[in-house]
Design a protein around this ligand. Structure first.
Ligand SMILES: [Fe+2]
Ligand SMILES: [Fe+2]
Length: 203
């Protein structure tokens, strides 16, 4: 079974594919994409650290997410390296409209377990969409080194996606997780549809 087939089997599909125009405009603004991407990796590492601190009593969660923090930070370093070797500059963080809109969907209150589910699903969704975007870049851009780079990261983020879904199902009733996951997928498709594709953003 190919990697794509096995991921498809594990993966509950995103409901809306990325606008095909995105990859072309992203390629034209690759410096902006790399800077935005570096911050995506930083946020991925930071959000795993927050989960570890907040849910410190959950041993499996702590032990599963700790190496992912290191991996995401490794991705951050690798994105910086890609910028440097092209003579491009890192810069300030840009407004992340996509993640801001996803955050609005996080249900406030509920039990501690419910809060954990929300945050794990939010993370899973960002991983899934990043994985889809990395795949588009790896298949469509002319820069051979970046093709390979994005292919490798796509595999890594797909693994994280599965990890977040598995953790959600471990700590919460599976049916409840799966129902809420469908709501997250519907919401994500709706916000993505409402946003113009931008060549200077990873999402
Ligand atoms: Fe990453
Ligand atoms: Fe990731």
């Amino acid at each position: 079974m190919t990697w794509e087939e096995s991921t498809k089997q594990k993966m509950l599909h995103l409901k809306l594919p990325t606008d095909p125009r995105w990859v072309r405009i992203a390629e034209m603004q690759i410096e902006d994409i790399l800077v935005d991407h570096a911050y995506c990796e930083q946020k991925a590492a930071s959000s795993c650290i927050s989960l570890i601190v907040r849910f410190n009593e959950l041993e499996e969660l702590v032990d599963t997410l700790t190496p992912i923090v290191a991996e995401e930070w490794g991705h951050f370093e690798r994105v910086l390296e890609q910028l440097r070797k092209r003579g491009m500059k890192f810069g300030p963080q840009r407004k992340d409209e996509y993640v801001a809109k996803l955050n609005e969907f996080v249900k406030k209150g509920g039990s501690r377990k419910d809060q954990l589910t929300e945050h794990l699903l939010l993370n899973a969704l960002i991983e899934a969409r990043s994985c889809e975007r990395f795949k588009l870049l790896s298949k469509n851009i002319a820069d051979l080194e970046l093709q390979k780079f994005y292919y490798e990261l796509m595999i890594s983020e797909a693994g994280h996606y599965v990890t977040f879904i598995d953790l959600a199902r471990k700590y919460q009733d599976r049916e409840k997780v799966d129902r809420r996951w469908q709501e997250w997928l519907d919401y994500e498709a709706k916000i993505l549809k409402s946003m113009e594709p931008r060549g200077d953003r990873m999402h």
